[in-house]
Ligand binder design. Structure first.
Ligand SMILES: Nc1ncnc2c1ncn2[C@@H]1O[C@H](COP(=O)(O)OP(=O)(O)O)[C@@H](O)[C@H]1O
Ligand SMILES: [Mg+2]
Length: 324
């Protein structure tokens, strides 16, 4: 099966700034590919190249087998792009915006109306449909923007930082909306600075840093790659916490962290078998554990391991710019 999104060796420089330094990507139909990286990593540049808005200096990219440079016309018919900033008209109502866009896409009036109302219902905007967009909240605007991009039934949807700047509730609602789009069969490429978002939505994550894919895999694969897990043990009798800490230190070979408030003793372990060893040891010493868990690293920890800095840091060491 031809991948829906395919990129090989994409490079792009803006003057002295090397925005893309050889990017390879792939996504199959109906999948969600997340480009995860800090501000300035090159995410939007990748999206703009794939969306035919920017010509790469080198490398190739195809959407459903069509080359983004030589077959740009076909590619544009297959994709929809929603940006960080809503592209709808503030003075018009939500319904007017969608009807206008549907008409521009070539739908007849009755069909434009029908599609508009279907999408307004689907995105929970029917009640607000007859209000001017300038009265909408940030989350409502994003949903309207997304609805607009779906009017043309795209095969591929590009979402550039779909939840940046949204409050937590609007963010969760956006995640649900994206899941709905994927369930309907659309392939989604989304960019995000948020590890939890990639973890929630993506089948495959490409970690982008300084214009390169520094790691790629399913969220679980990326977490497993760091090769470390966190062991957390809590004694039923808080008075025994120091003994638990001593046992963990001996078995894990590292000094554990002790959380005074919760009584949790936590240590990074390389080998999951160490959890069983700790269980046996506590049993031998007659200590009852109220809690004993082995936790995979968070994507945050993964990012730090892979790149040496946190994802939500403001891109240390890159020339800053917030290209839309
Ligand atoms: N049109 C442009 N002109 C000059 N520099 C740009 C332009 N677009 C992006 N850049 C630079 O390219 C790098 C990658 O930017 P971008 O792709 O927007 O990153 P991200 O979307 O991950 O925040 C940054 O250093 C940015 O300043
Ligand atoms: Mg960007």
């Amino acid at each position: 099966m031809t991948p829906v999104i395919e990129a090989r060796g994409l490079t792009k420089a803006f003057g002295a700034t090397r925005a893309l330094a050889g990017v390879d990507l792939e996504a199959d139909r109906g999948r969600v590919l997340a480009l995860l990286g800090p501000n300035g990593a090159g995410k939007t540049t990748i999206v703009r190249v794939l969306a035919t808005l920017l010509t790469p200096d080198a490398g190739q990219a195809r959407i459903c087998g069509y080359d983004v440079v030589t077959d740009a016309v076909q590619v544009r018919q297959l994709l929809a792009l929603t940006g960080q900033y809503a592209s709808v008209d503030d003075e018009l109502t939500g319904a007017e915006n969608l009807i206008m866009i549907a008409r521009l896409l070539g739908f007849g009036r009755p069909e434009a109306k029908a599609r508009t109302w279907q999408l307004l219902e689907r995105f929970d905007l029917a009640d607000a449909a007859k209000r001017a967009v300038k009265t909408y909240s940030g989350g409502m605007r994003r949903r309207l923007d997304l609805a607009a991009s779906l009017l043309g039934n795209p095969e591929v949807l590009f979402l550039d930082e779909p939840t940046t700047g949204l409050d937590p509730r609007a963010r969760l609602q956006m995640w649900d909306t994206v899941r709905g789009v994927v369930a309907a069969g659309t392939t989604v490429l989304l960019t995000t600075q948020y590890l939890d978002e990639a973890d929630e939505l993506a089948d495959h994550v490409a970690v982008i840093d300084h214009g390169e894919v520094v790691a790629s895999g399913t969220p679980a694969e990326l977490k497993a790659r760091t090769g470390t897990q966190t062991l957390a043990v809590r004694a039923a009798d808080r008075g025994l916490t120091p003994l638990v800490a001593a046992a963990v230190a001996e078995i894990a070979g590292v000094q554990p962290e002790i959380h005074d408030e919760t009584g949790l003793v936590m240590a990074t372990v390389g080998d999951p078998a160490m959890a069983a060893a700790v269980v046996r040891r506590l049993d031998d010493d007659g200590i009852t554990a109220a809690e004993l868990t082995l936790r995979l690293p968070s994507l945050d920890e993964v990012f730090l391991t892979l790149t040496g800095h946190r994802a939500e840091d403001d891109a240390a060491g890159t020339t800053e710019g917030r290209a839309a």
